[in-house]
Design a protein around this ligand. Structure first.
Ligand code: GDP
Length: 474
């Protein structure tokens, strides 16, 4: 257990008016704090209704207290929770009173309770991150997946892989270190088989983690096209609000607009961008175009809008302007052509494929064909979240877990080391046993890499960055 000389306190409920507001305190000084404020140390794990006193001993507020003595608490330290009324002023009066008791009590930094839980080995880094993800979840599926990560579902899968790597390392390194002695070595074929299984499992977990990251971060959809194609109209129709200004004057949308929608539990971040035209001289419009191009580079999915009443449905007419604007578009970005203004062109609303690109005809103005587009967006994403059945019952949802880019990078690196180890194995096959330093080294790198996921050997500045993204009081 790590010992902290300072005790930390913070309001743990959101700022604003509410029936109840909670202050959380963690650290050594809790017995002293409780005696001073409440006149007694509350019974462990029992709700008590006690007076909260000011310096002169008169009652400021009657509160409910919960005391969790160390080490059986969230942080591993003594924790005291004080439940009062949920008003901004009253909670701040209580908090100030707590902080004035001793110079060793201070306001907690964002995420510091969770950071202490992590540093006291109560939870690993994946679980710590999943707490922030539960709080920030934007859909039922994301919240449930984050809960599963907190329960250790993701961590356990990584531990399973690590156990197998450790098993191989044990045998391989003893083979190298004691190659002149008669020790129990496992056969080449057995190691090969285990390694193959580790690689398959790592690949599987990467795919699940990728799905989990989509659930956490949502899908970034960028609406782009030439001026007046109907981008803002499509944006408003998708979000079901009159958010963007619609006008027949080209170049009305100059700034990027962002909104988030949910389609069957998947989060989509939708961005409306300035119309892309090659020959603008207007300074403000040019800034808007630059922003639009930057957004396009980050897109998971581009909805490229064309005016079907003035643009033919030939591939070149529709897509060349996009390719000219953004020649190096990310290969992973999905591009869908939206043939808008079907009410003018009299084209039938529908969905079809041109040169491998999906093309959807609709009318944003009349809101017709929008449901078709939404259904398509959902289906297109659903297959990426392949491990998710997007169910509504907890039983069906057992296998999901939430993940972040940090996890994906680590798993990807470990996977590369494992592939390299596999190459070594094939290369240096010597019949019965494996005596190959490079192979052992690759396994060690894969091992070290996967350990990083739990925060072991994670640099302090990275940990600080992770925890500082939490809210205060968490
Ligand atoms: P943007 O410049 O691409 O954002 O285009 P806007 O959404 O501002 O629309 C430009 C003009 O086209 C406006 O006058 C809209 O009313 C009109 N418009 C947009 N969508 C449609 C549509 O589906 N049908 C028709 N007839 N007009 C549309």
């Amino acid at each position: 257990m790590k010992y902290y000389s300072d005790t930390i306190a913070a309001i743990s409920t959101p700022i604003g008016r509410g029936g109840i507001g909670i202050i959380r305190i963690s650290g050594e000084l809790i017995p002293e704090i409780a005696l001073e404020l409440l006149g007694k140390v509350p019974k462990p794990r029992t709700a008590e209704y006690l007076p909260f006193r000011d310096k002169q001993g008169s009652t400021i507020e009657k509160v409910i207290t919960l005391f969790f003595p160390k080490p059986h608490s969230f942080t591993g330290e003594n924790i005291l929770e004080i439940h009062g009324h949920g008003g901004y002023i009253i909670l701040n009066i209580l908090l100030s009173r707590i902080l004035e008791i001793s110079s060793k009590i201070r306001l907690a930094n964002p995420g510091e309770f969770t950071e202490r839980a992590f540093l006291n080995n109560k939870i690993d880094l994946i679980q710590a991150e999943s707490i922030a993800d539960i709080i920030d979840a934007t859909s039922y599926q994301a919240a449930k997946a984050a809960y599963n990560s907190l329960q250790g579902f993701f961590s356990n899968q990584i531990h399973n892989i690590l156990d197998k790597i450790i098993y191989c390392r044990m045998h391989v390194e003893s083979t190298i270190d004691f190659s002149d002695q008669d020790i129990d070595t496992i056969s080449y074929n057995k190691i090969k088989k285990i390694l193959k299984n580790i690689i398959t499992e790592t690949d599987k977990i990467y795919k699940s983690a990728y799905s989990g990251s989509l659930l956490r971060d949502g899908i970034k959809i960028i609406i782009a096209g030439k001026p007046n194609a109907g981008k803002s109209s499509l944006f408003n129709a998708l979000i079901n609000l009159d958010r963007a200004i619609i006008s027949s004057i080209p170049g009305t949308t100059r700034d990027t607009l962002y909104e988030t929608i949910q389609l069957n539990g998947i989060t989509f971040h939708i961005t409306d961008t300035a119309g892309l035209q090659e020959h603008s001289t207007n300074e403000i419009e040019l800034i808007g175009i630059k922003r639009a191009k930057n957004e396009l580079k980050l897109a998971d999915h581009i909805l490229w809008v064309v005016d079907s009443s003035s643009c033919s449905n030939k591939y070149d007419d529709m897509l060349l302007p996009l390719q000219k604007t953004l020649p190096n578009i990310n290969k992973k970005t999905t591009i869908t052509i939206i043939r808008n203004k079907s009410d003018l062109s009299l084209e039938k609303n529908g969905i079809y494929i041109i040169n491998g690109y999906t093309c959807i005809t609709l009318s944003a103005l009349l809101n017709s064909g929008i449901d078709l587009l939404k259904k398509y967006l959902y289906n297109n994403t659903k297959h990426k979240i392949q491990h998710y059945t997007l169910p509504h019952s907890i039983e069906e949802n057992q296998n999901n877990f939430i993940a972040r880019q940090r996890h994906l990078n680590i798993i990807k690196n470990a996977y590369q080391y494992l592939l390299s180890a596999q190459k070594q194995l094939n290369h240096y096959y010597c019949g019965v046993t494996i005596i190959n330093d490079r192979f052992a080294e690759d396994l060690r790198y894969a091992h070290d890499e996967l350990n990083k996921i739990f925060g072991k050997s994670t640099p302090d500045n990275l940990l600080k960055k992770i925890f500082s993204s939490f809210c205060i009081g968490k």
